[in-house]
Write a protein that binds this ligand. Sequence first.
Ligand code: M6R
Length: 628
Amino acid sequence: MCGIVGYVGTSKSVEVLLGGLRRLEYRGYDSAGIAVIDPDGDLHTRKRAGKLQILVDDLDLAAMANGSTGIGHTRWATHGGPNDQNAHPHLGDDGKLALIHNGIIENFAELKNELMEQHPETVFTSETDSEVAALLVGLEYQRVGDLAEALRLVVARLHGAFTLLVLHKDQPGVVVGARRNSPLVIGLGDGENFLGSDVAAFVEHTRRAVAIGQDQIVTITADAVTVTDFDGAPVESEEFDIAWDAAAAEKGGWSSFMAKEISEEPDAIANTLRGRIVDGAVRLTELDPAASTKPGSAASAGLDLTGVNRIVILGCGTAAYSGMLAKYAIEKWAKLPVDVELSHEFRYRDPVIDASTLVISVSQSGETMDTLMAVKYAVANGARTLSICNTQGATIPRESDAVIYTHAGPEVAVASTKAFVAQVAAFYLFGLHLAAVRGTLPKEEISDLLDELQALPEQLATVLEQHDAIKQLAGWMTDTRAVLFLGRHAGFPVALEGALKLKELAYIHAEGFAAGELKHGPIALIEPGQPVFVVVPSPRGRDSLHPKVVSNIQEIRARGARILAIAEQGDAAVLPYADVVIPIPLASTLFEPLLAVAPLQIFAMELAAAKGLDVDQPRNLAKSVTVE
Ligand code: M6R
């Protein structure tokens, strides 16, 4: 959701801000704006509804171009529609102060009423909660004459989630930010400093970053960075190196970020496994006590797994589907009960958790508000917490006892692809680690499973070679109005993910079902010509569900369904009943999803592209969902 950039230095801030906003476009937005203080100390702002280019075309560069202090914003509308008035920045202190905001100020109506009572002369120019914050900071500034102090006084009165950046014409060369339950990261340069919603905002200028903790205020100038808590007490922050460079977040010749990111899936798995498998065993040093991720909690025990008798996995969307696969793997390998729950449902139903519960959150961005709030609930109720996350310095890992980072690299397309396979790989590593700790699998079996895991990148690369054939299939189906996806056991989350991809990218009604559930209702949807993707398990293996899935195929084929099967190479039992077979290499049951999901991702992407849709930024969606 909203993208935020702040800059103080010697470069032309307009260029830095627009470059940062471009890199943050992937978060999803519907308007954009910037505020710049020019060398004469005048404040210039511009904001426009629509794409960033509309703002760029409208900039008064003659006035702004040489300013070297500025803030920039892309807005994803919450309070008030996506129009010029509601776009950020908002102004305070008679137009001398500019503010940008990500998040939702829950008590804004109350604060607005108070403002109108105490200052009836106040003119509101937008419907936003953010403008109320700008006006309040402006009033405090008039009183105390210091921007950081004014912001500190206001944030103490705000409820909800926010990242705020402010600048004031009377304090040129200063940008102040504050955050609660919403992301903000510092970029450290040489004679220049940056602020951003995530490191993508400034990675083309510096790879040195500092994560800002919960309820903290940061002041940047060209030469200094100061961080305090909301009471004004200085806090120490940890610096980290950004693991990828600006080129990693470029399209690099691909037609879309999504196409590029699917092509990177083998590397995403390999990089997530790298260094974590040693002599046939899992080595996750990040779970050691010394590796605790909680700021200021040196006493934290890292991730002590002793006495854990239950696991709860929390995530949303694609991340939750990776959690379903983790459930199957952990229960099978480590013999611990695992529940998977959508983060936004979890904390509102009085879940039973305690110190013997391990809560694992999974999130590509590490900023999903629903998951963050669920993790906080888990912490408050004494659970142990582990985060599986793809973004360094993000909030969710910082709130957790330990983190296993996936190393998928930056995922820019809104639809998650390579992050999913990396999440599953990380979960499987953890599941096998847990099996070793609990002694539920012999060492040799763990070693064999790790060998299979390590073979997956190469196998997946062969699946991706079928891209053109899948594209052709998608091209034939642009008039399709609904598609069903079936799978059983490990194929079920793949079916759900295939349906989600098609909905979000191609705007086609799609449903994923457990194949066994079909005859309990959904089979009524089958009519002649209805396309149904079926994820077919391998025919090998003692407990293979293969015969049952083949029966399910026959049941729907008898009613006219068009069968699009993803099946093991050479699976002769499927051929007579399938209209199309997309072959995948032999893999055991739990590893098959990592091979079967890519064809469904490619299908959804190519169908959307064939319909002329924007596959990287589908309508209404945001990459990082930072409001509840
Ligand atoms: O950043 P997260 O992994 O926490 O995001 C969770 C979901 O919002 C995300 O997976 C979403 O479902 C994607 N659009 C799926 O493609």
